[in-house]
Design a protein. Structure first.
Length: 124
């Protein structure tokens, strides 16, 4: 079973550039990996430049399989980003802004982002 998510970074103008990730979208999966390995805009933008992906753990991107229409998308703002996540059947929206990773569960606390680090501490 997959837990889909979107991974995004807030741009200077407030828009959000993001990609789709098919597997392990829950905070202990994608969230933990983002906090541990993708903690700078340079690393995040490199990840996003590769487009949609199957799994953040295997770093397998759909472009690697020759698929089309898998480039990062740009959402106008946070509200549009949450909607784009929902429309791609995502269960979690991850957002890097102000130097930290935040997550919004799409089917629970809609539009309520919280720090991934805080959620991981609660689970530990």
């Amino acid at each position: 079973m997959s837990t889909r998510s979107r991974i995004g970074i807030q741009n200077e103008n407030g828009s959000i550039t993001s990609i789709y990730c098919h597997y392990d979208g829950y905070p202990e999966g994608v969230g933990k990996e983002l906090v541990e390995k993708f903690n700078s805009p340079v690393k995040i933008n490199d990840l996003l430049s590769k487009g949609d992906m199957s799994s953040i753990h295997s770093n397998e991107h759909y472009k690697d399989r020759g698929e089309n229409n898998v480039d990062a998308i740009v959402s106008a703002n946070e509200q549009a980003y949450v909607k784009d996540t929902e429309q791609s059947w995502g269960e979690y929206a991850y957002l890097f802004r102000n130097g930290e990773w935040e997550v919004c569960p799409i089917y629970g606390s809609r539009n309520q982002f919280s720090l991934v680090k805080s959620l991981l501490k609660q689970v530990a």
